[in-house]
Design a protein. Sequence first.
Length: 476
Amino acid sequence: MTKLTIIQQNDTHGSLDLHHELFWQDNKPELRKTGGFPRIAKYVKDLKSQNENLLFLDGGDLFHGTLPLVASKGEAILPSLKKIGLDGWVPGNWDFAYGKEQLSSLVEALPFPTVACNVRDAKTNESFMKPFVIKELDGVKVGIIGLTYPYVDETMPESFSKGLAFSRGVDETRACVEELKGQVDLVVLLSHMGLPLDVELATFVDDIDIVLSGHSHDRVEEAITVNDTLIVQAGSSASFLGKLDITLEGGRIEDYRYELVPIDESLPVDEEMAGIIADIIEPYSNERGNIIGNTESILHRMTLNEAPMDQLITDAYLHAYDSDVAFSHGWRYGTPVPAGDITEYDLHTIIPTNPEVFTIEMTGERVRNALEKNLEMVFSRDPFKQKGGYILRSSGLFMSFKPYNPEGNRIQKLLVGGQEIDLKKKYKIAGAGKQLFKGAEADKTYHGVHAIDVIKQYLLEKGTFKADGEPRILST
């Protein structure tokens, strides 16, 4: 009988220090201080001192999400990663944000292995990362297969995937499992595909013992079992860790216990890591102290149809460009901002890509088709066609839809400016970045202004932001 503990983090998105996190309490959102690398480092270090049969693995989106990381193209976080005690990781879709060469440079600087079986060099057709690694512990060998987000080339800006080729990874995963048979006691899939895709994968790839899922920011509190495979995911923003204690008997999982661990203020801090994080953040003290507005609403991004954080963005776009409708991508990342002051640093957390703002003219029919396509990417019956984050965020629009309807037939009612959409009429749309309306670049007019400056100006003119409590995107 052998005991093994696996600690999982995923989708940390540059949330390096203690921050606000959203929980639901008494039927409404509540913020609590959670997270950060100093508490994670201490938690893992203490567990490793008690149990040498421990693996600490990261599920991706490690190098992007807050100002220090984006401004340094991921390099600012490296000192903390060299000390945090990780045993391996898989890149997420945002880890490709700085291009192929920069990701390679970041990977080379890490003291732990990078695994991904489903991304190849487009020129050589060779695997861009190691498909898997084998970890030898006391009395147990663990094979760790990496599976990165398969649709980087389809859903992210072109620069993310230039020089790389991505696949769904089903065949590659199956081949890795076959190769590991007889070599290891336990097969772990470290995935950044998202929970629906990971559950689907486990139904038709046999002999995966554990899937450590990432990408979809799910707080899985009880392990999901599919085809004798345990599937877990540990939220996001370094606010939680997943702790999986396994008992192995005769090369099989005999018993397990899973816990989603909130990294709250009750946990002690690793002082060395606290110093490292303070050094990483210190150059941005001006942005952290620069108050640029105020909010009466908690700004969060924790709801599927629409969210206050994104209403601030789209209201600012709509105000700046006198448009009929404004859209923003349905991102998942971005830690909440409490009611009160909004700093410049907060804005870089709300929209770290700081994309350039554009306007575009689109017929009502084209707007409707774009929304139907987005709904399919979010709600597709086939998990492998679920390529969106949340529903496109918008201002100036009302939409009711049926998520369970067939592709192209979900929208029930669509209003622009309170009026039924005219499919033949052209509407002025404001948005930002190449991730939004990808494929329509030729029709966009960019204005040489970036999102954060537009939001700053909006807050300067409005003074205080308050989210509209009336729902405008309804699932019916």
